[in-house]
Design a protein around this ligand. Sequence first.
Ligand code: GDP
Ligand code: IMO
Ligand code: MG
Length: 423
Amino acid sequence: MFTIITGSQFGDEGKGKIVDLMSKDYDLVVRFQGGNNAGHTVKVGDDVYKLHLIPSGFLLDSRVLIGPGTVVDPGVLLEEVDMLSAGGIDLPPEKMGIDAKTSIIMPYHIELDVLRESKRTEKIGTTGRGIGFAYIDKVARDEVRMADLTSSERLMKRLSELAASKEAAIRDLGGDPGIVMDEGLIEKYVQLGERMAPYITDVSYEVNKALDDGKNVLAEGAQGTHLDVIHGTQKFVTSSCTIAGSACANIGVGPTRVDSVLGIVKAYITRVGEGPMPTELFDDLGKQIQEAGGEIGTTTGRSRRCGWFDLPLLKKAIYLNGYTSIALTKLDVLLDLEPIKVCVAYDLNGKVLDYPPEDTADLAACKPVYQELPGWDDDLTGVQSFDDLPPAAKDYVLYLEDKMGVPVEFISVGPARDQTFRK
Ligand code: GDP
Ligand code: IMO
Ligand code: MG
């Protein structure tokens, strides 16, 4: 069985929690795009794990893989390995693999990301982790790959081919070009490469072989649908394809092998960084949801912008991903809100749209048209079944399910693994 999980909104929908929960039924869990711009949270009992690169299936028996379509900062990856190990969770090479073709985020990518963002008059609000510049190099065929870190000769040869253009780019943006060939940094990357070498694998082969052998594979998306570099709200997007089809292309597995696509859908919407979000709440209600949901960015610590559920954006996410079912997360957060609003359409200069306009500037000009639904004042965090939800919360779920036209499979009412039930 091959299942793909993606975020349906602007990221932080609770992918990490649901992947952890589902991983008990999967032999392999694979990250297929993005890098340490992602921040995925897994909570089991009192233990909370906030990870950026290691796939969220690390706690149970699954083998976790980092695919060739990701961009990896090896220092961050090994810090995560060490942090887990200090807590008694070891990730030896039998438990984790990274593809030889994975692009490495080098210090100059981070420098370029930060410099470029500082020069933009209209900011994107990137995470400053070098993601965009690492992907630029992948597409330009100027990347350093995982396998290049395995010997200092190989890395030096690669860097000497690239150094002049990287130094010029940094100089152009007013930075210090010395960072590119800094001996200490190169030495550090070789050491990181030596530690990573036993983990190097061929992810496409492993995934295809596992499927041939009747095993189960879960592809874990990062970011969210509307941050997709092609289909998102450009320019306010990340630099990778975040939608379900991207799992096939980035892992190297045919679309004919996909069995199911699970969309992670927050019961409201959040966004961190810049870019339009038509239902954004700028008032106390927005603050109330932000506080109740603990909506603080896992990677950058920035407050997440909060708003009401946006059906037009969700419809687009359903088209882009082909969801076969949905996990509705953070339902517990919508407590003491009367009424609860759902955006059913947009008003764009007097025209009513039930699907997002294609141009980002038009989306930014859209005014939400709301349907009001009754709220509830019961704490949902202890609820263990759909039948035990208060009637208004049940009606909210059923309303969304009907409008989305995709079955809700899981409902999440708290950060912990056991605060989840099937509908
Ligand atoms: P991801 O990037 O999609 O994996 O999501 P993040 O981990 O960045 O953000 C989701 C946050 O919400 C984390 O702090 C989770 O622990 C938390 N969370 C996940 N599901 C629920 C839920 O149903 N209710 C509440 N209250 N918190 C949740
Ligand atoms: P997870 O996997 C939310 C946002 C950044 C910024 C834009 C571009 O935790 O859902 P980048 O550093 O990628 O070039 O920044 O994308 N962004 C995310 N927002 N969740 C994420 O990941 C994100 N990863 C990137 O805030 O607006
Ligand atoms: Mg996150």
